[in-house]
Design a protein. Sequence first.
Length: 116
Amino acid sequence: MEGFLLMVLFAFLFYMVVLPLLGFLVGFICYYVLPYAFGGVVAIAVAVLVGIKLLLTWWFWVPALAWASAVYYMKKKFSDLGEEVEHHHAANALLLGGLPYKRCKNQAFEAVAADS
């Protein structure tokens, strides 16, 4: 009987504690860690394949600066609508051609029109 109760207790702890923690860790790694790790791998690959001198030139970083500026601008546009988004959501909106921003803007206009 004690063995059965211990199995029930451990099964409960497994499903209520261990599996949610594992799901959180997998989601965190996939959503936050992997994009930065991929960027690091790309930077190292460029340094190895082309040479470190390319990474030290100013014109190599101009597209990165333009991308960072575009992400910041998209994040600012969302905050003007009252939506606080993180930088990866702003980057996703840029990659999708601004469709999430347009949807959010339309919802804000519909909410204002409904209040009037």
